[in-house]
Design a protein around this ligand. Structure first.
Ligand code: CDP
Ligand code: CDP
Length: 203
């Protein structure tokens, strides 16, 4: 039986961390859909046309080590505003969502566009400052040279572009549960997400 959990929200809100933990807890498969847009963005930076890149995306490109770089995040948000790029990635995401045994997908438009019928939807958010601090610490740990201010500016620019675009903008689905993680530990945020999903899960 398939069961889809949709987890959306702005940059560095904790979507990935919560999705991975939820997937382990329920035994579901997990897809970080941001990686698809990051992969297309990386190929645009390589010089490819983004629509061609999206139409010919191979799963192996998701293994590229540079996908978490801030310049790739910016490129991802630019290609993500192109309707043909988004359209090229829909079937893969929907097939993943429908797999037997359950699936968690995290991104920006999972609850609104990719899986509007998903029984469990979360919109994970946190204040700009908290999110930038988390992403800054994460990047610094990976050895990326940056500052808090730079990360905050990059994130706000991306969130603004993601929210303003005409196709599949960043916004909570009407039936999404909002989870503000500003003051929550990872354990508390994961616990709250699992509780929400449990109330919608038949088993
Ligand atoms: O996937 P998304 O960009 O929304 O965020 P993430 O990669 O899951 O989380 C960004 C960073 O915030 C990671 O380093 C997490 O460990 C951290 N985090 C946190 O400190 N507290 C939370 N409640 C959730 C995430
Ligand atoms: O980890 P973080 O939240 O910073 O970003 P991400 O989830 O890896 O997404 C990178 C970019 O891809 C976002 O800024 C969006 O522009 C785009 N994206 C999207 O448009 N739709 C999705 N379902 C997932 C990501």
């Amino acid at each position: 039986m398939s069961f889809t959990v949709a987890i959306d929200g702005p940059a560095a809100a904790g979507k990935g961390t919560i999705s991975r933990a939820v997937a382990v807890h329920f035994g579901f498969a997990h897809l970080d859909t941001g990686l698809l847009y990051r992969a297309v963005g990386a190929r645009m930076l390589d010089g490819l046309d983004p629509v061609d890149a999206a139409r010919t995306l191979e799963p192996s490109v998701l293994e590229r080590g540079d996908l978490r770089a801030p310049e790739v995040a910016q490129a991802a948000s630019k290609v993500a505003a192109i309707p043909e790029v988004r359209a090229a990635l829909v079937d893969f995401q929907r097939a993943f969502a429908a797999r037997a045994g359950g699936a968690v997908l995290d991104g920006r438009d999972i609850g609104t566009v990719i899986c509007p019928e998903a029984p469990a939807k979360l919109f994970v958010t946190a204040s700009d400052e908290v999110r930038a601090e988390r992403r800054f610490l994460e990047l610094r740990q990976k050895g990326v040279e940056t500052s808090f201010e730079e990360v905050l500016a990059e994130m706000r620019e991306r969130d603004a572009r993601d929210s303003a675009r005409a196709t599949a903008p960043l916004r909570p689905a009407e039936d999404a549960v909002i989870l503000d993680t500003s003051r929550l530990s990872i354990e508390a945020a994961v616990g709250a997400a699992i509780e929400t999903i449990r109330t919608r899960h038949p088993a």
